[in-house]
Design a protein around this ligand. Structure first.
Ligand SMILES: Cc1cc2nc3c(=O)[nH]c(=O)nc-3n(C[C@H](O)[C@H](O)[C@H](O)COP(=O)(O)OP(=O)(O)OC[C@H]3O[C@@H](n4cnc5c(N)ncnc54)[C@H](O)[C@@H]3O)c2cc1C
Length: 273
């Protein structure tokens, strides 16, 4: 990741990045914006670019003073922030995978097993189908990675890695009854919902929602008499680019859009080395 950032931002910008500074408050009531962090004090700026995930904004983890404009806050509340987790199952004990190796992806559908039998049903995970990626390439340890979303994504977060491995092992045993051992030796579960710096995976427009909400999320705001009626809060992140939200390239492009907005308001920034 670092070479990519060096390429995109350059050494000088990267040197200015402060890691592990958790922003708790943004006060834009005065002439300047005061950004308070949990453990590293305050930073004063003419304006700020806010790129925390929508899930963090929805959770209210960053407090704004004064409160955000109604249009911005309503868009934060209305937009959805969905959940996608990954479950990696590693099999040290296997000489050979028990699943078909020719496929990169494997979708196991409940319709393919006799779920009317209570003993079978008891072993199945609560999802009509689960797609696994075949991760163990030739010469590597056999491994599967499941993409889990919606209720199953929440379900895995409420169990330990060990428990999830046990449950997936039992589920897989029903699809591969010939396999000697379907319980993984190691399981890794991502937990994007529990992560206080994500609170979910990526934005979506819920049923009844509108793309205008994404536009509202992107709009600079915070103008008032104390700051010469100029916006001081700028916004970027995947949730701010209507046509490419929920993706890395949307996040990246939203940064360019915000940079142009900032340069238009603070042209002197362009002259900085
Ligand atoms: C499982 C999964 C698979 C995905 N697959 C793909 C894919 O195949 N292709 C694709 O294009 N996209 C994919 N995505 C989506 C993609 O990862 C996101 O859209 C993208 O990373 C969002 O970038 P961002 O800069 O908006 O947010 P982030 O990358 O989340 O950056 C936000 C930053 O803000 C920081 N932060 C949060 N709170 C605070 C705070 N209070 N103070 C200071 N800093 C804070 C966070 O630590 C983080 O560094 C996937 C996402 C998930 C979860």
């Amino acid at each position: 990741m670092l070479p990519l950032l060096e390429f995109a931002a350059g050494d000088k910008v990267l040197a200015a990045v402060r890691l592990n500074h958790v922003v708790t408050h943004i006060d834009y009531a005065g002439q300047h914006v005061r950004v308070t962090t949990a453990e590293h004090g305050e930073f004063i700026a003419n304006a700020v670019l806010i790129t925390v995930p929508l899930g963090v904004l929805k959770a209210g983890s960053v407090q704004f003073h004064p409160a955000l404009p109604q249009r911005k806050q309503a868009a934060i509340d209305r937009m959805g922030f969905g959940l996608l987790n990954k479950v990696v199952l590693e099999y040290d004990q296997l000489d050979k995978p028990f699943w078909p190796e020719v496929q990169s992806f494997l979708t196991l559908r409940l319709d393919d097993v006799d779920k009317t039998k209570p003993e079978v049903a008891a072993d199945l995970l609560p999802r009509d189908s689960i797609t696994f990626m075949n991760c163990g390439r030739e010469g590597e340890r056999p491994a599967l990675m499941a993409h889990v979303h919606c209720s199953l994504a929440t379900f895995v977060e409420s169990h330990t890695d060990e428990q999830v491995g046990e449950l997936f092992g039992r589920h897989l045993a029903r699809f591969f009854p010939e396999a000697k051992d379907t319980k993984p030796t190691r399981t890794i579960v991502t937990r994007w919902l529990a992560d206080p710096f994500s609170r979910g995976s990526y934005s979506h427009i819920p049923v009844g929602g509108d793309v205008d909400d994404i536009k509202a999320l992107a709009e600079p705001c915070g103008e008032h008499a104390n700051n010469e009626h100029k916006p001081v809060l700028f916004w970027a992140g995947e949730h701010t680019l209507p046509e490419k939200h929920a993706h890395v390239h949307g996040a990246l492009e939203s940064g360019s859009v915000a940079a142009k907005q900032l340069l238009a308001q603070f042209p002197a920034l362009a002259k900085r080395p």
